[in-house]
Design a protein around this ligand. Structure first.
Ligand code: F6R
Ligand code: ZN
Length: 192
């Protein structure tokens, strides 16, 4: 393995961005519009195309032994009754885990098992200070249920890789929506 130099990154809360920026990936509504339940609400907002989330990847070799790490920022908001969320994915190397550390805001971490059996769904709370463990073989999506940006760090093996296609197509078996002013976990009737 080549010697890689130690590196520091810092999240600038005044400007809500990472410094140095690293690789910045932004997801606007039109990058994921089909993933939201309420397609009428999507149509109304499409022209405006709000940013749903962004994440700042520190550039680290995608190799075993390294640790990828990034800071994600999910904006507050809803499409219809469904909160802003990440697309969600599972790792290409399914046996790789991840740790999320919530730095600001409030949300839910939606986890769905990726095995041959019927998927199991679990939800973990994300709030300032939460350290959430995503074990191997769980797809994961973060949902901002609060009224400020949800900011969290993700740390995972260098060679984990990401698979989006299946979730882009099938979604998760549950959705996180606002009902009577509070987050509710409901079945995704379109799942599968
Ligand atoms: C990395 C990871 C997170 C997400 C980020 C954006 O394995 O889980 O850093 O990549 O929160 O979400 P996605 O990748 O689902 O668009
Ligand atoms: Zn991940």
């Amino acid at each position: 393995m080549e010697l890689f130099s130690p590196v520091n990154s810092k999240f600038n809360f005044a400007e809500m961005k990472m410094e140095p920026e690293g690789e910045l990936i932004t997801r606007n509504l039109t990058d994921m519009d089909w993933m939201f339940k309420d397609q009428r609400a999507v149509e109304k907002l499409k022209a405006e195309d709000p940013q749903i989330y962004r994440y700042y990847n520190v550039k680290i070799p995608e190799e075993k032994g390294h640790l990828q790490h990034c800071i994600s920022v999910i904006n507050p908001g809803k499409i219809g009754e469904e909160y802003y969320m990440t697309k969600g994915h599972f790792h290409a190397r399914k046996e790789t885990a991840e740790v999320y550390y919530t730095i600001q805001g409030r949300g839910k971490l939606l986890l769905q098992s990726v095995t041959d059996k019927k998927p199991e769904v679990q939800v973990l709370e994300m709030e300032k200070g939460s350290l959430s463990y995503v074990p191997p073989c769980w797809a994961h999506r973060c949902v901002n249920t609060g009224n400020e940006e949800l900011v969290f760090a993700g740390i995972y093996p260098g060679d984990a890789g990401h698979i989006y296609g299946e979730i882009e197509e099938k979604g998760f078996a549950r959705l996180i929506v606002e009902r009577e002013g509070r987050p509710a976990i409901i079945d995704n009737l379109k799942y599968g």
